[in-house]
Structure formats: C-alpha cells, structure tokens
Design a protein around this ligand. Sequence first.
Ligand code: GAR
Length: 190
Amino acid sequence: MEKVKKIVVFVSGNGTNMSNIITHFKEDKTVSVSHVFSNKKGCLGIENAKKAGIETITFSKKEMENGKINAVLTEIDPELIVLAGFLLKVSDSITSAFENKIINIHPALLPKFGGKGMYGTNVHKAVIEAKETKSGITFHYVNENYDEGNIIEQYDCEVLSTDTWKDLQQKIQKLEHNNFCAVIEKLLLN
Ligand code: GAR
C-alpha cells in the first residue's frame, strides 16, 4: 500500500488557510495533515486545529532556535511543511534539514512587499499606500532569508483606486483559499 504523505502546517493567527487545508485533505487517502504547529498558544488556528482533531504543538521562539522543534519535525518526518500565516522566521536548522520541503504563502507579489515586518495587514496597507494597480499571492519555498526562497506559483488580482486595505485583504484571502490546496497537491503528487 502507498505510504500516506504527511503535511505539517505552521500558523500564528486565525488559521483560515489551515482550516481549508485540513478540510480539503480530511478524506484523502494519500495525503494527511498530521500536526499543526504554532508559536502562539491560544491562537484561533490552534483552537480550530484541536476541534478538527489534529495534533497540535505550540512552542516558543527559543525552542525553535535551540533545535527542539527541528528534532520534533525530524521525528514526524513530514513530506511537506506548510507555513500558512506563520509569522516567525524559521530557524536555519529547520530550513537546512528540510530544504525544498517548506513552503510559505505570502499575501503579495514577491519580490515586492516582502521581508521582515511584511505580514498580514501590513502588506495590504503598504500595497494600497504605494498605489499599486495589481497585487496577489506568492507561494514560495522557504530558505534562510525572509520571503526569498524560489517562487513556486503566483496569482494576481486587480487593486482599484477605491480599494481600502480591507477590500484588498478580502480579495487576497479569496485567492489564497481558492489556490492553496491545489498548489500543495501539485507539489506532493508530482
Ligand atoms: C495570509 O494572508 C497569509 O498570506 C499571511 O497571513 C495570512 C494568514 O491568514 N502570511 C504572511 O503575511 C506571511 N508573511 P490565516 O491565518 O487566516 O490563514
């Protein structure tokens, strides 16, 4: 029988993308979300993962930096680590142990609007402020530098001159929810 491919999801906040991923792969016989990791103990993502019956692991920044989380991940041996709104920098020990096995979703068209501090609403506000006419989402591999790993796929959307950052956030969330699972499937099944 074919081995089930394990995915581990990292979140720091609401985890709406995580919830979609869990639901999508729930009945899947070849791919399963085995664990959800978070640096934020009580975040909604962790609560919802628990409700969905997924094993959760919360940890401090120190525990990621001292190798503890790398050891836990090595034991789990996931096929793919998916950052879905995870806001800490992944430690070098993890990026080197799981080279080309960690992906991130970023709510803009990298290389624009990436780097330290560029997450969530900060990104949408910066895009509106810069009067961009286009934004979108980027799926990319994670390396030792923030938002600099190789790009896997990008999807764009229009930004109207009347759009507020909240309007843009809604457009981006829709793009994310519509495309995330397909990107994961493509990577795992190829
Ligand atoms: C998503 O928009 C994701 O692209 C962004 O955080 C949000 C998480 O939403 N990630 C970053 O900004 C990473 N730099 P969610 O918790 O509802 O899935």
